[in-house]
Design a protein around this ligand. Structure first.
Ligand code: PLP
Length: 426
């Protein structure tokens, strides 16, 4: 939809909601209340909302535990030893991967460490990691501690790529040029799919292609990408990826992460890794013998037995994604975020109180818009939250707004515009 077709009226927003093919999904979630009113929840980039079905998925496992005790591991529709398996094809569809390339396990930061054990193997001159400046703190700490573990100092081993002076975003050309320039020294390229602070979506296909020319492995942090933007990890030939399930995947606070390992590595039992019994050849898992033999595929990186309750909540959410379809989700997302951008621009008009730093091109972003607050700072944003908005402030001066296509509406966006307009009068 061209921007010119948007209108800053309640009627327009109502009409858009009426025509929305996903309109029925909002009712499948619990929407938080603020002062007795349904909040404008633009914080699904931090914690996705609870699907109403989650409790029944959890209850089924609680009941099974009550009824069967330890026998639950081998009985029932999905024996607990197989608990991770139903999520594989669904996660694979969201990631553009094959089911054997993905598995749900652990937390994101834990998985990043495990994957770096396998894919960050510095040697001689090749010991540097290309990452973005201002990465999410956990990713920074993971990388810092990994390079130290291999005997390097973070400031010599971490090559941070930053926006050009006076800019907020990275140019793909600059990323590719940096890879070329440092091709002899890079042991890894590690970037986010969608940058958490700016909302910029990277051209992972181009980045991966360039790194591959020089044999440099590429890892992607999909914390802000999965369930948000279309992904084709297999075809892009990224080497590995990890994500979390509690942001756009709506699987609940702290819930289970997952990994992608490209098939070309998944089939190689010789790749060094930290091992545990759940990654051992399934047929021989209970033989209790010496000598680790990894399962083929991403499962070869499993350590512990499956977190059944976390997976149950994840399953409830994945079933919603399956019913809605990622293509429809993405189509609505582009329209909805485009509308938010339009509403903000119209409302602030020529005033320089705010600046949207997220790319304007839909292919270069997900649903989040990051706003640099030039005037009023957190106090301005506090007036929005007092009036019913749930959003996410990040120091020093960015507020992130994420209208999520599964449960946010065009009327939410319009209502935010009214709050914004009111706040600018003072
Ligand atoms: C949310 C997020 C994390 C969180 O890490 P956990 O291990 O799940 O606590 C890490 N990295 C990025 C980029 C994130 O956005």
């Amino acid at each position: 939809m061209p921007n010119a077709a948007y209108e800053l009226t309640r009627e327009f927003a109502e009409e858009m909601d009426k025509k929305d093919p996903l309109k029925g999904f909002r009712d499948q979630f619990f929407l938080p209340q603020k002062k007795g009113k349904t909040a404008i929840y633009f914080c699904g980039n931090s914690l996705g909302l609870q699907p109403r079905t989650v409790a029944s998925y959890l209850d089924a496992e609680l009941q099974k535990w009550a009824d069967k005790g330890v026998d639950g591991h081998f009985e029932g529709e999905v024996p607990w030893v197989d608990a991770r398996k139903p999520s594989k094809p669904q996660l694979a569809r969201l990631l553009g991967a094959a089911p054997d390339e993905v598995v749900a396990m652990n937390g994101l930061s834990v998985n990043l460490h495990l994957l770096l054990v396998s894919f960050y193997r510095p040697q001689g001159k090749r010991f540097k990691v290309l990452c973005e400046a201002g990465a999410f703190p956990s990713d920074q700490y993971v990388l810092e501690s990994q390079v130290r573990y291999h005997g390097y100092q973070p400031d010599e081993a971490l090559l941070e790529i930053a926006p050009r002076p006076g800019e907020h975003l990275l140019h793909t050309a600059d990323i590719l040029e940096t890879i070329r320039h440092h091709k002899e020294e890079l042991a890894l390229v590690m970037l986010p799919g969608v940058q958490y602070y700016t909302g910029q979506c990277f051209d992972m296909a181009a980045i991966s292609r360039e790194a591959r020319l020089y044999g440099i492995p590429v890892g992607v942090d999909l914390a802000h990408a999965i369930g948000n933007v279309p992904l084709s990890l297999h075809d892009w030939e990224v080497d590995f990826a990890t994500w979390c399930s509690y942001k756009y995947l709506n699987a609940g606070p702290g819930n289970v992460s997952g990994i992608f390992v490209h098939r070309k590595h998944g089939k190689d039992p010789g790749i060094p890794r930290f091992a545990g019994w759940w990654g051992h050849l399934e047929e021989k898992r209970f033989a209790m013998e010496k000598g680790f033999i990894p399962m083929s595929g991403a499962d070869g990186w499993l350590l512990s037995n499956d977190p059944v309750f976390g997976l149950a909540a994840l399953q409830a959410s994945l079933d919603i994604f399956e019913a809605a379809g990622m293509e429809k989700i993405r189509a609505k997302s582009e329209l909805l975020t485009g509308y938010l951008e339009f509403v903000i621009r119209e409302t602030i008009a020529a005033r320089d109180v705010l600046e949207i730093i997220t790319p304007s091109k839909p292919t270069d972003r997900g649903c989040q818009l990051s706003l640099l607050v030039h005037k009023g700072g957190k106090t301005l944003v506090d007036t929005w939250t007092k009036n019913g908005l749930v959003a996410d402030w990040r120091n020093p001066n960015v507020v992130r707004l994420a209208p999520v296509p599964l449960y946010n509406s065009f009327q939410d966006v319009y209502a935010f515009g009214e709050i914004l307009s009111e706040s600018l009068k003072h």
